[in-house]
Design a protein around this ligand. Structure first.
Ligand code: ATP
Length: 255
């Protein structure tokens, strides 16, 4: 199995600095020691605000990606709110190095799409060029729906032998497209790729032989799929929607 990142730990020598930042108020970050990435696919899950995106962004920036997403060639910035976590992480890299990579975040995908447009315009000024859009599904990402452009990007731009960091990729995707994404993940894993994915999707989390790390108030814990809240709450709801709706809305409202 290929692991371009084998281990991520919080630097003990930076503890005093971390204590002075808001990062210390995030329990999963404060209690983070070492996360072993020993599988081709690692999921980061947990409640809203538990620190998954902060952690993934820290790993991405420490690995040379732009904080707002893109490949290592992207260096745009539309805001400057990313944390300094990357300075406090120690990343143990594997051998060989990844030949490809992408940091894909649902929340700033619009800006990544705009940046691709700008790079395409710049390419048009060259005498000998191949269209950059070819790597992104043949058209501007803005000319496709959010979900279509997400899938087009993964299908066309992710070339394998790569390190891919995805932040809530399901945000744009229908359940059927989430399943399509599972197939794409699988074929990229078979081409020696590693994924680290922050997600709320019980569909994506079902990818076999993956590690799932739950971020919560007591730290970060490796958890089997069926024991995650995402799995059992979704299952309980779909098994008995009327009963759950009765609990949520009161019995009179569900008739
Ligand atoms: N610049 C900032 N200053 C202060 N607090 C921040 C800042 N950025 C994020 N936070 C806080 O850090 C915590 C973790 O946020 P993060 O986005 O990592 O959560 P998450 O687990 O990815 O949540 P979600 O599932 O909703 O995306 C949140 O409580 C958030 O409010």
């Amino acid at each position: 199995m290929t692991a371009y990142i084998r281990q991520v730990s919080l630097r003990a020598d930076k503890k005093e600095e971390i204590k002075r930042s808001y990062l210390w108020s995030i329990p999963a970050i404060r209690r983070l020691k070492t996360i072993e990435l020993s599988k081709p696919v690692t999921f980061l899950v947990g409640e809203n605000g538990s620190g998954k995106s902060t952690f993934l962004e820290g790993v991405a920036v420490a690995s040379g990606f732009n904080a707002e997403g893109g490949s290592k060639n992207f260096n745009f910035s539309s805001r400057d709110t990313h944390s300094k976590l990357h300075e406090y992480l120690r990343i143990a890299r594997g051998i060989p190095f990844a030949k490809d990579g992408f940091f894909l975040r649902a929340e700033s995908f619009y800006n990544v799409a705009s940046n691709v447009d700008k790079m395409e315009e710049a390419e048009e000024n060259r005498i000998c060029r191949s269209s950059l859009y070819a790597s992104y599904g043949g058209a501007s990402l803005h000319a496709q729906s959010h979900g279509e452009s997400f899938i087009a990007l993964i299908q066309n731009r992710f070339r394998g032998n790569g390190l891919y960091l995805l932040d809530e990729p399901e945000a744009a995707l229908s359940p059927a497209r989430q399943m399509a994404l599972l197939s794409l993940l699988h074929s990229l894993v078979r081409q020696n790729s590693q994924f680290i994915i922050a997600t709320h999707s019980p569909i994506l989390m079902a990818y076999p032989n993956a590690d799932i790390f739950v971020f919560d108030g007591s730290g970060v814990h490796k958890t089997p799929y069926e024991q995650t809240e995402h799995y059992f709450i979704t299952k309980r709801f779909l098994d008995q929607p009327q009963r759950m709706l009765g609990e949520l809305l009161g019995p009179d409202e569900t008739e």
